[in-house]
Design a protein around this ligand. Structure first.
Ligand code: SAM
Length: 466
């Protein structure tokens, strides 16, 4: 760590000293300390007070993060990211200071929310947890490889009401003007606040890089702003310290867009709290009064009547009835999220979240790259056979399944499942079921002839150690 302090560019130290008001030494000393590690418990899976929360706290020695009720710090050696609970989506590994942005934006269940620069998904998964599975969350990422990682994280956390898009801010703002109650722009930045976490960021830093980032942020921010409904909220955040990318970018924006006002601004410093560096500004757009979107939705069994998807296959003529038959047989305790509609992409069947007033419809997505248009229910195979997708296994509670096998996290069976092995099943067991760990689904099995065939996607096997 001492090396990192010595590596800091003098121009960076001069720039940050101007903000520190006599605390530069204390700030610099933080580079001799280990970086912070954090995780956020996924409330879509582990409700407050659930015994699993106490288990996670004791197993990983978790310490609360003061600014995020679901956030905890941990020591590096406990490695929760390598545990099978991570695969089950019980938490998301997230640096503590980064948790401030979604907390300030405070999305409500039932709203329409956009995360414009979302990969790998820390803030998306936090927004989704705060929305409690209700409403619409659009998570967008411009870079294809990063959009794939974002989509995988949305799947792992069992999020049912998110649409993952891969578009530029320009493409999205042209399609969705004034469409969202809340928009988060976690902007690409020079990463000064991540120097302890990512020492490469130190080598990439230069005053010119800071200026280039600020110019890019000033390009993106108006697109984010134009997608906020009148009366809606915009959260701008970075993981950098300099004012050019933070306060000055916001001041420049407010001078050009007077319909916004600054409501709150927070800076997170590594020498003042137990986290890395972050900046967040909450802006409110004039007009509109309170959000037009209902904050609660009726509970509903079953699903919306399938609607036609213009120009494409109707769900009725394709895989939705196969899904319904599958769910009646294998997932009798599961109800599709309220306000959605089936959406067919080739052989794949999704449940597209469509809350009242949703800007997202099948037509609105036409021509856009959409790695995940909602909850991936499954795929229609040859002969009309329906095969459920891994995303569905991870999104449902274990008790929803007619057939399930629950393993202790440290059992040989859980390890065997993770290695893709076949497991013994009770005689007579037949059909699709869930393999779970300590009550939380890990993936599908298919029972026949006294065996559970392992249906965990090959790419996920052996990723975890118990
Ligand atoms: N919000 C994410 C999270 O919490 O996990 C982190 C987002 S990261 C700070 C910024 C993202 O902006 C990166 O994923 C990057 O690929 C994306 N990005 C880069 N250039 C962009 C651009 N011109 N427009 C929009 N996004 C861009």
């Amino acid at each position: 760590m001492t090396d990192l302090k010595l590596d800091l560019p003098p121009a960076f130290i001069r720039s940050v000293s101007r903000l520190l008001d006599g605390e530069t030494e204390r700030f610099l000393h933080s580079y001799e300390e280990p970086r912070s590690y954090g995780l956020r418990i996924n409330r879509l899976k582990v409700a407050e007070g659930h015994p699993m929360e106490a288990k996670l706290v004791s197993q990983f020695g978790l310490q609360p993060v003061p600014w995020c009720p679901d956030g905890y710090r941990y020591e590096e050696a406990t490695r929760p990211g390598r545990h099978v609970y991570h695969a089950a989506g019980l938490y998301y590994i997230q640096e503590p200071s980064a948790m401030i942005a979604a907390e300030l934006l405070d999305p409500q269940p039932g709203e329409t929310v956009l995360d414009l620069a979302a990969a790998p998904g820390g803030k998306t998964t936090q927004l989704a947890a705060l929305m409690r599975g209700k409403g619409l969350l659009v998570a967008n990422e411009i870079h294809p490889a990063r959009a794939k990682i974002l989509s995988e994280n949305v799947e792992r956390l069992g999020i049912t009401n998110a649409v993952v898009t891969q578009a530029s801010p320009q493409e999205l703002s042209a399609r969705f003007p004034e469409a969202f109650d809340r928009v988060l722009l976690d902007a690409p930045c020079s990463g000064e606040g991540m120097f302890r976490k990512d020492p490469d960021a130190v080598r990439e830093w230069s005053p010119e890089a800071v200026e280039a980032c600020a110019a890019r942020q000033r390009d993106i921010l108006p697109h984010a702003a134009s997608m906020v409904k009148p009366g809606g909220k915009l959260l701008y955040s970075t993981c950098t310290f300099n004012t050019l990318e933070n306060e000055e970018t916001i001041a420049d924006f407010l001078s050009r867009f007077p319909e916004f006002r600054l409501h709150r601004e927070e800076r997170m410093w590594p020498h003042l709290g137990q986290g890395e560096g972050h900046y967040a500004a909450l802006l409110i757009k004039d007009g509109g009064g309170a959000s037009q979107t209902p904050h609660s939705e009726p509970g509903r069994r079953g699903s919306s009547p399938p609607r036609k998807t213009k120009g494409g296959k109707t769900p009725e003529s394709s895989s939705f009835p196969s899904y319904v038959a599958f769910a009646e047989e294998s997932l009798p305790g599961f109800t599709l999220p309220a306000y959605g509609q089936p959406l067919v992409f080739g052989d794949a069947l999704y449940w597209l979240p469509v809350p009242p007033g949703s800007p997202i419809t099948p037509d609105s997505l036409r021509g856009l790259k959409v790695p995940r248009p909602g909850l991936h229910l499954g795929d229609l195979r040859t002969g009309g056979r329906f095969e459920p997708n891994h995303a569905l296994a991870i999104a449902v509670p274990v008790y929803a399944a007619r057939l399930s096998e629950d393993f202790a996290a440290d059992s040989p069976e859980a390890a065997a499942y993770w290695h893709g092995e076949t497991l013994p099943a009770p005689q007579g067991a037949k059909g699709w079921g869930l393999a779970a760990v300590d009550g939380f689904p890990l993936g599908w099995v298919k029972a026949s002839d006294g065996q559970y065939k392992n249906r965990l996607p090959k790419g996920l096997r052996s990723l975890y150690v118990n």
